[in-house]
Write a protein that binds this ligand. Sequence first.
Ligand code: P6P
Length: 335
Amino acid sequence: MARKNQTLGEFIIENQSEFKYSSGELSRLINAIRLAAKVVNHQVNKAGLVDILGGAGDTNIQGEDQQKLDVIANDAFIKTLINREIVCGIGSEENDDFITVEGHNDDHQNKYVILMDPLDGSSNIDVNVSVGTIFSIYRRITPSGTPVTIEDFLQPGRNQVAAGYIIYGTSTMLVYTTGHGVNGFTLNPAIGTFYLSHPNMMFPEEGTIYSVNEGNYTHFPQGVKNYIKYCQEESENRPYTSRYIGSLVSDIHRNMIKGGIYMYPKSSVNSNGKLRLLYECNPMAFITEQAGGKASDGYTPILDLQPTELHQRAPFFCGSKKMVEKAEDFMAKSL
Ligand code: P6P
């Protein structure tokens, strides 16, 4: 039972019994994420003060300029997760291949794999706009005692045992689910403690906010164009309001609280859209469904897609159930 102002630590202990099979590892994994979140939060909050802005001079597998904070966040989460000896493998947007974690005595006995986008929205770093960390957790499916394999990462999103995000905004929040609803914890930076501030978060079934990069309008499928025109035309509750921060975590967090839809469709420029299935779409879709919303690629629930590659992309429609269903109607009618 979620009690407002409970600390994250108390919440994890009181809800330990909800984790199937877990004898505490999943709790320790969430605690490891909590620690790494505080480390990254400290770095993000001082970004303007220390010469860590700007590119790190490298590019990641997506060919995107790696921001120094991308690298710092990636290192912080990887180091914390390895030290806590709970995962047998780590997949990250910033690493071309997955990382094998041998574990205690190099015995490959750890039960979980984690996938993450350590600092999503990093292009916003230098302009002081909110950024976020996104994570997705599975139980391994290959035999314990053997090195983790790509199959452990390429599971459908429906298999996730936990997923969440940290939003480094006007306040820093950790929002996550283990399949029993969504709860949001706000960091009190003065004492470094996360407090339950948003118990049982739910998407409003309807909303009046649509989030999409309309600069890509001419490249969108006709169904998306038709839906955007639907959002803009005068009628009951419409025109809607357009809000697009360019930071997935921020746009979806706002829509979950106020109601809305976020779309990153495929286009003639990005045949599968831009967002990555394993560490952006799947975790945000798990959270969305747990919060009573809906997430699809325009046709199929995101959580039912069978991944084939670690960094594959997927078109993404996510948010208030009735808004996503309306967008899917427009997509179906223009097949
Ligand atoms: P565009 C950030 O790079 C990101 O992955 C999401 O956080 C964000 O919603 C999207 O890409 C923004 O992409 O093409 O609109 O700038």
